[in-house]
Design a protein around this ligand. Structure first.
Ligand SMILES: O=P(O)(O)OC[C@H]1O[C@](O)(COP(=O)(O)O)[C@@H](O)[C@@H]1O
Ligand SMILES: [Mg+2]
Ligand SMILES: [Mg+2]
Length: 335
């Protein structure tokens, strides 16, 4: 067949976004444009990450962020690249970032959207060539068009997300996102500079045999979590922990598994941030048939009170999350 000489390259992200937009007769194209702006920033950051070692942009930047964490140069670069792309795109009035203490007004007062983001996730893995990521949540503003966004706009509960996603910079670079109608994954083809649909309609298995958590903190985990980890070991589950939330989450999403960052003595509210890490992944996992909880409350039901607030995260295959909650509930009855 002649066609075999030129096999189709697949559906580009752009084309996919356009087709999805047709599903919404009242769509104005602004959210579509915003998703494209995020994809553009992801391509640029991907390039920066790939050549970081050559350009000497590895290592610490020499200042701390609001969380008291040493900022890496690539944290700063990714933060600048995403904020610039969102500002130039014109659809976003306000940004919340892990790397910025306060909310960032882009000057696009006509912009209808708010973006909360973790520009670079897995900072401890940046310089050692291990998969890292970017996490983003998109909300519609509540405040009036024509003004800067407000803190009320930025502290919306996770159920209000109109879209959420992540980019994983790993053996290949992928963009995975949802607009509330299922989860789709796109793989980046650098030679064409395009993301192509590679993982349509992702569904996470109901259960799995992989558990991911930093057992270095085991001694200070709640008893219910300790019991669950014993249960995993008794049932010969595989321990897999990359130390980049996006990468651990992505593997478990595709293969079935559970990621846990419980409260510890060092981090009594857990380590991960509700507004720009947990909410986005919770929307994705639920859209893929999974679950996300802080141990007792559904992540998406939590009302944020602070931009950088932390919360425990237990996320993944639904049966596995239920099992952890069972062990935690049993712990409470023993008290
Ligand atoms: O080193 P720990 O305590 O296991 O924490 C690792 C976790 O912290 C994070 O690195 C926090 O995210 P950032 O790198 O964006 O700050 C997660 O990606 C990861 O899952
Ligand atoms: Mg992070
Ligand atoms: Mg980060």
């Amino acid at each position: 067949m002649k066609d075999d000489l030129a096999l189709p390259v697949g559906t580009t992200l752009d084309r996919f976004i356009m087709r999805k937009q047709e599903d919404f007769p009242y769509a104005t194209g602004e959210l579509s444009q915003l998703l494209r702006d995020i994809a553009l920033a992801a391509k640029i950051v991907n390039r920066e990450i790939n050549r970081a070692g050559l350009l000497g942009v590895t290592g610490a930047y020499g200042q701390q962020n609001i969380q008291g964490e040493e900022q890496q140069k690539l944290d700063i670069i990714a933060n600048i690249r995403f904020i610039r792309a969102l500002r130039n795109g014109g659809e976003v009035c306000t940004v919340i970032s892990e790397e910025e203490e306060g909310i960032i007004h882009t000057g696009n007062t006509k912009g209808k959207y708010i973006v909360a983001m973790d520009p670079l996730d897995g900072s401890s893995n940046i310089d050692v060539n291990v998969a890292i990521g970017t996490i983003f949540s998109i909300y519609r503003r509540l405040s009036d068009i024509g003004e800067d966004g407000t803190s009320e706009d930025c502290l919306q509960n996770g159920k209000k997300q109109v879209a959420a996603g992540y980019v994983i910079y790993g053996s290949s670079t992928m963009l995975v996102y949802t607009t509330g109608c299922g989860v789709n994954g796109f793989t980046y083809e650098p030679s064409l500079g395009e993301f192509f649909l590679s993982h349509p309609d992702i569904k996470t298995p109901k259960t799995g045999k992989i558990y991911s958590c930093n057992e270095g903190n085991l001694n200070s985990f709640p008893d219910g979590v300790k019991s669950y980890l014993n249960y995993c070991k008794e049932n010969n589950y595989n321990a897999r922990y990359i130390g980049s939330l996006v990468a651990d989450f992505h593997r478990n999403l595709l293969k079935g598994g559970i990621y846990l960052y419980p409260p510890t003595v060092k981090a009594p509210n857990g380590k991960l941030r509700l507004v720009y890490e947990c909410n986005a992944l919770a929307m994705i996992v639920e859209q893929a048939g999974g679950k996300a909880t802080d141990g007792s409350e559904r992540i998406l039901d939590k009302d944020p009170t602070d931009l950088h607030q932390r919360c425990p995260l237990i996320i993944g295959s639904p049966d596995m999350v239920d099992k952890v909650e069972e062990f935690l509930a049993a712990e409470l009855t023993l008290v």
